[in-house]
Design a protein around this ligand. Structure first.
Ligand SMILES: *Cc1c(COP(=O)(O)O)cnc(C)c1O
Length: 433
């Protein structure tokens, strides 16, 4: 499988190039160039297939010529010491729990694969610096996934404020592989600096720069694997249509689901579940895309009005607008409904949901009112303890923090603090190496 830019399909590149030089020369973002039909490789799998078995069977076919079956097995086994878990509730609805990774969100799945596959791709040549904008648990997710991976240094840009979840033992001066740098500015400044540095081609090439942010298609592609996995677990019980309900922020999960569909996943619809920040739904409904300032809600990871994967989705829609319109259903859920759903699911099923999952759950219930033969798999994207305050507000009980997540409460100091400008960052990078 090769990759092309969302803005030009003239020169497809290899997976290795897309992962290690993650911005296309002509701008845009990398997306798959052609999507192989993978049905023969996963349709025979059943509920006994483990996640790393599925990944090590599917990845070498997708990345044919770049990742042989032995390398794929090494990648899958070293990446995944955690698995998704399908929780069947009744004939209409299931939860796909994706929060068993080290930082309690689905993002650990993409990050773990990216780190392991990068190490594998670099086995024969070179060293890279992954420059990423981080806040909250993203930094911890990177630190855990890239922990002691050879030939990769992670430079993480943090906005002003405390830095959580890192162990100074992992810092480069102490023999580790990470360099946290604080930027005197906002998270948006950090994201802008990552882009500007990668766009400074001579500098990026001289220092072999890439990123662990979702601009990197190497983080997005593996998210399609858990959709295939969910299907292998549910297929025996499935009678009617299969629907995935996906909470949408930057839309990485949604686009990965659409890739899974193109790989042959027998799915009928996707619900793009959104909070009040639903400008993106207008676009799906065929209206022009207009941006607004984001509003704060009880599902903060979805408070995004310009999804970073917008160009990737647009590319998908441009190819087949009618198919997409019949396949992806945007549903908006307000805060009171999200909170009421946390309470309802707790009372009816004894399951604690985080607000992002509850929102997707509510959207699936709304969808079911007009599609009563469908089975919805709700992506459970976050551990409820990450948003303990909101869960407590809904049900009066404080979810317990697992040991790994307790790390998120420790604070550390950055190695350097810089002005929010390209010059300052490049000077800091040069002085680090
Ligand atoms: C990041 C995140 C989301 C949003 O996912 P996107 O791929 O950005 O759409 C949803 N839920 C949780 C818990 C998250 O951390």
């Amino acid at each position: 499988m090769q990759f092309k830019s969302t803005r030009s399909d003239k020169v497809p590149v290899s997976f290795k190039d897309a992962v290690l030089h993650c911005l296309p020369k002509n701008g845009g973002l990398y997306v798959p160039f052609s999507m192989p039909d993978m049905r023969q490789f996963f349709l025979h799998m059943d509920a006994d297939t483990s996640y790393s078995e599925l990944v090590s069977a599917v990845a070498p076919v997708l990345l044919h010529g770049e990742l042989n079956p032995f390398s794929a097995l090494r990648v899958a086994e070293s990446a995944f010491d955690f698995e998704p878990e399908l929780h069947y509730i009744n004939e209409h609805i299931s939860l796909l729990n994706l929060y068993q990774g080290h930082t309690g969100t689905f993002k650990d799945f993409g990050m773990a694969f990216l780190a392991a596959v990068m190490e594998e791709l670099l086995k024969t040549s070179g060293q890279v610096i992954a420059l990423s904008a981080t806040r909250g648990e993203t930094g911890m997710s990177i630190a855990r996934a890239f922990h002691s991976r050879r030939n990769i240094i992670n430079v993480m840009l943090y906005p002003e404020g405390p830095i959580y979840g890192l162990d100074p033992k992992d810092f480069v001066p102490n023999g580790g592989t990470i360099i946290p740098i604080q930027v005197k500015g906002t998270f948006d400044d950090c994201q802008r600096l990552v882009l500007e540095t990668l766009q400074d081609r001579p500098f990026a090439e001289r220092h072999s720069l890439t990123t662990a942010n979702t601009i990197n298609v190497g983080r997005l592609l593996p998210q399609s694997f858990y959709y295939l996995y969910a299907f292998t677990k549910i297929k025996k019980q499935l009678k009617g249509d299969l629907v995935f309900s996906v909470p949408c922020g930057n839309c990485g999960n949604l686009i990965a689901g659409l890739y899974a569909w193109r790989f042959g996943l027998p799915v009928n619809s996707f619900i793009a579940a959104m909070n009040q920040n639903n400008t993106f739904g207008d676009f799906i409904n065929g209206k022009s895309f207009s941006t607004r300032a984001p509003i704060a809600t009880v599902s903060p990871a979805l408070d995004v009005t310009v999804p970073s994967n917008y160009e990737r989705l647009e590319a998908f829609y441009t190819e087949a607008p009618a198919v997409m319109r019949n396949m992806v259903f945007p549903i908006t859920i307000d805060d009171p409904t999200t909170l009421a759903t946390i309470e309802q699911v707790w009372k009816e099923h004894g399951i604690m949901l985080d607000p992002h999952t509850a929102l997707a759950f509510a959207a699936a219930l709304a969808f079911a009112r007009t599609h009563d033969s469908a089975h919805s798999i709700v992506l459970s994207t976050g551990h409820p303890a990450r948003t303990a305050g909101i869960v407590h507000r809904a049900i009066g009980i404080q979810p317990e923090l697992p040991v790994d997540l307790a790390w998120l409460q420790t604070t550390t100091k950055p190695i350097a603090s810089i002005a929010p400008s390209l010059d300052s960052l490049e000077a800091a990078l040069i002085s680090c190496f």
